[in-house]
Write a protein that binds this ligand. Structure first.
Ligand code: HEM
Length: 141
């Protein structure tokens, strides 16, 4: 890290680099920690509540990594494409869990018409994430 601070072409160079590093630390600890642990808790709860689904996901991982009852080799991120059921289970858990009720506030970059409403440029918009994820068809409108 100190080598990058000395390298003028590095994003970690100088005072700007220090601010960049602080921002990344904040992202990791503020945005990344509670979200990830909460999701792990929900997924563990779903797996415990639906043992048949858990067995089916385990079978898929074992079909890719070998082993029985315990994968013969560690699962790798590159295995993701070969585990569509696991991928779908993660995505469905993310959709279904009340992890973050509202999204991070955003601002309309230009005058925008959406769903019959008008948002003048500069309007702060906070989407109700839970509503979008749980009301059938809302996301596709
Ligand atoms: C399962 C884990 C996570 C979940 C469920 C999650 C969920 C979310 C949600 C719902 C948003 C709001 C998106 C929006 O308003 O458009 C968001 C934004 C953000 N997340 Fe995560 N997050 C997770 C992990 C992480 C991690 C590990 C990091 C960083 C290391 C991170 C960094 C951020 C940042 C920087 C934003 C703001 C993006 C922006 O300004 O538009 N998140 N996250």
């Amino acid at each position: 890290m100190s080598e990058s601070a000395d390298d003028a072409s590095s994003t970690f160079h100088g005072e700007k680099g220090r601010v960049q590093l602080l921002g990344m630390g904040m992202d990791l600890f503020v945005a990344g920690t509670d979200t990830t642990t909460t999701m792990m808790e929900w997924i563990t709860l779903y797996l415990a509540s639906y043992p048949e689904a858990q067995a089916s996901l385990r079978a898929e991982v074992e079909s890719v990594c070998g082993g029985r009852g315990r994968a013969a080799r560690p699962v790798d991120l590159r295995d993701r494409g070969d585990c569509p059921r696991v991928q779908s289970a993660i995505e469905e858990s993310l959709r279904f869990s009340p992890m973050a009720v509202v999204n991070v506030p955003h601002r309309a970059q230009r005058d925008t018409h959406l769903g019959g409403y008008f948002f003048p440029k500069g309007t702060q918009v906070g989407a109700g994430r839970s509503l979008l994820m749980l009301v059938r068809g809302l996301l596709l409108q």
